[in-house]
Design a binder for this molecule. Sequence first.
Ligand code: GUN
Length: 297
Amino acid sequence: MTATLIDGKAFAVRVRAKVADHVTRLREEHGITPGLAVVLVGEDPASQVYVRSKGKQTVEVGMASFEHKLDVDTTEADLLALIAKLNADPEVHGILVQLPLPAHLDSDLVINSIDPAKDVDGFHISNVGLLGTGQKSMVPCTPLGCLMMLRDHHGSLSGMNAVVVGRSNIVGKPMAQLLLGESCTVTIAHSRTKDLAEVCRRADILVAAVGRPKMIPGDWVKPGATVIDVGINRVAGAEGKTRLVGDADFTSCAEVAGAITPVPGGVGPMTIACLLANTVTACCRANGLAEPEGLTA
Ligand code: GUN
């Protein structure tokens, strides 16, 4: 392997320490405890793991965690009523509704019912519009984490060719907006892109966010490029166990890339760290206080 490893796990520890510092200051100087409400509808096992992890880390940095676990057949009206209550609750500074929601619930309607100032996922249409027009917004956690690591590794990203493979609202599109904001030349590629290999080979920064295990081989990577692997795919491993792999084929990509994020231990840990960062940011904004440095886009 020749690439430098971008250690998201270690980076996330630093982000959480910064968040914890700020939480302490908010409590000691202003008597405010930032609070994050997480809403889970149903019993999707992966979602349950994420929600548990979010709650645990929220408490570890000194914030208040409010978990709302609702029945899988919760009505839209009941879910909207809970969100309205959380919107009005002064102790709640961030609200996250875990996705995917059960099929009978309209995700867009639900997400857009969250107060945009408390939308720590950055999925509300107002925040999407603010980000797209370069205005202050809540920024989706996974792309924010990727941006933090890229800035840390490169300093300025200005003028670099960035290719984002994947066009989801959660990662691909906001990632492209953030990179554009850093003055990169941005291409959004996806499963229908012609000559995807050729497009990827032009990238100085290649962000893989397609959700297909090991889809990007080393010979799609420009020598020296930085590969940010957003994929978290569970595949069959040895002895009947499962293991996690990214969207990039790590072994071959790491032979060509200048830097690469591993899976696990790359982008994944940064996502929850950025959720905590967004909650502190939302809390500061709600109280007219200075935002923590280095924790926002
Ligand atoms: N499900 C998978 N990723 C996410 C995320 O970032 N936010 C929410 N709310 N749900 C998710």
